[in-house]
Design a protein around this ligand. Structure first.
Ligand code: FAQ
Length: 331
């Protein structure tokens, strides 16, 4: 696993105490860290791990929805879905570029994904079986992504924080297009409403898992929070998501598939049932419903796209040569 060998979960570095303290002081003063600033190796590696996992998720995340472009029920839905999926590809590209500012190449990151060494979000290993799943993905998956990413807009690393600001604006459109699909289905026939309920049933728990393991098992959280890469614990963000989403489900007239879900007047938050962490780790480790299919597709399109990358490189090289020739002629 790329992270296990490459990245110290404890953020251990060889830098001396004075350097680490000075760095922490900058973080505590809410100063942004920029690519050319000195930074502990653990900080850099933690960011490369998280940002590249995030980029891979955006790219792999195009697959479940891509499966529905040809089957979207109207031209308007098709245009919106195409635009959304294209945005996700764009998010992956901003995030690869932001990762490159940390001294790692896109090729290395891509190799880590294709070799199966790199992780991507567990959620994209679940299938989109019906059109209602496209609504649920926009509503729940993009909704969960926004909840996590709004906090990342305040990440201490400048390029990541700035990429997140734009990404969040686009995700907000994605969430609304998903919710709008759910509204249309829930106002439709009994059969359509059943499809919406079924999609919620299947996507609810995997969406909660997107926030990552609970406190004790979240090995990176305490160091990432000290470095202000993360601003909230996985559980806190999950709770915020549940609190925001349950009223939306009620508005749709759908029931959240958790018999233990209760409003807690004292904490002013919902208590929820147990998450199946065994399922989570199984999916993360490659044994989810669609892991193999997602990776097979990704490897195939990478292979098939080799000529495009070669042609783009050759074109860039020719342009550069032409520029140099005309510069020399002008001198
Ligand atoms: N899936 O110690 P922590 C989207 C791993 S974008 C797989 O808590 P951390 C847009 C974690 O990597 C969705 N693995 O880790 C879209 C670590 O393993 P490692 C992606 C997971 O980093 C919508 C281990 O477990 N968003 O949806 C997951 O502090 C629709 C221990 O965990 C991001 O990537 C998981 N769910 O916190 C696109 C946001 N959770 O690396 C298309 C940025 C944990 O040691 C369609 N990332 N792991 O081998 C983050 O905020 C954090 O990385 C967390 C995990 C919160 C995901």
């Amino acid at each position: 696993m790329y992270s296990q060998g490459l990245i110290g979960a404890d953020g251990a570095t060889e830098e001396d105490e004075a350097f680490l303290q000075a760095f922490q002081k900058r973080i505590d003063a809410e100063l942004k860290i920029e690519p050319n600033d000195p930074m502990p190796e653990g900080y850099r590696k933690t960011l490369v791990r998280q940002m590249s996992q995030h980029a891979h998720s955006e790219i792999i995340g195009m697959q479940p929805e891509g499966n529905w472009i040809t089957r979207a029920p109207t031209l308007r839905r098709k245009a919106a879905l195409l635009a959304k999926i294209q945005d996700e590809g764009g998010h992956g590209l901003y995030l690869y570029s932001a990762s490159e500012t940390l001294g790692v190449s896109r090729e290395e990151l891509t190799d880590q994904l294709l070799s199966g060494a790199a992780k991507y979000s567990s959620i994209f290993n679940y299938p989109a079986l019906t059109w209602a799943d496209i609504g649920a993905i926009g509503w729940l998956v993009d909704g969960a992504a926004i909840m996590n990413q709004i906090a990342l807009c305040r990440c201490s690393y400048g390029p990541y924080a700035r990429a997140m600001i734009r990404i969040c604006k686009e995700e907000s459109f994605h969430q609304r297009q998903g919710y709008e699909i759910m509204i249309a289905l829930c106002n439709g026939s009994d059969e359509q409403k059943e499809l919406a309920q079924d999609a919620l049933n299947r996507f609810w728990w995997p969406s909660l898992m997107m926030f990552g393991p609970s406190e004790g098992d979240s090995v990176h959280s305490s160091q990432s929070m000290a470095w202000k890469i993360k601003r909230f614990s996985n559980d806190d963000l999950r709770d915020k998501f549940i609190n925001a989403t349950v009223p939306q489900a009620e508005y749709l007239g759908l029931s959240v598939p958790d018999p233990d879900l209760r409003w807690n007047e004292q904490t002013k938050s919902y208590d929820h049932g147990d998450i199946d962490w065994e399922e989570f780790w199984r999916v993360v480790k490659g044994d989810g419903p669609c892991n193999r299919e997602r990776m097979k597709n990704r490897r195939r399109v990478h292979r098939e796209g080799a000529w495009v990358r070669e042609a783009a490189l050759a074109h860039a090289q020719k342009r550069e040569e032409r520029k140099q020739t005309s510069r020399m002629a002008a001198e």
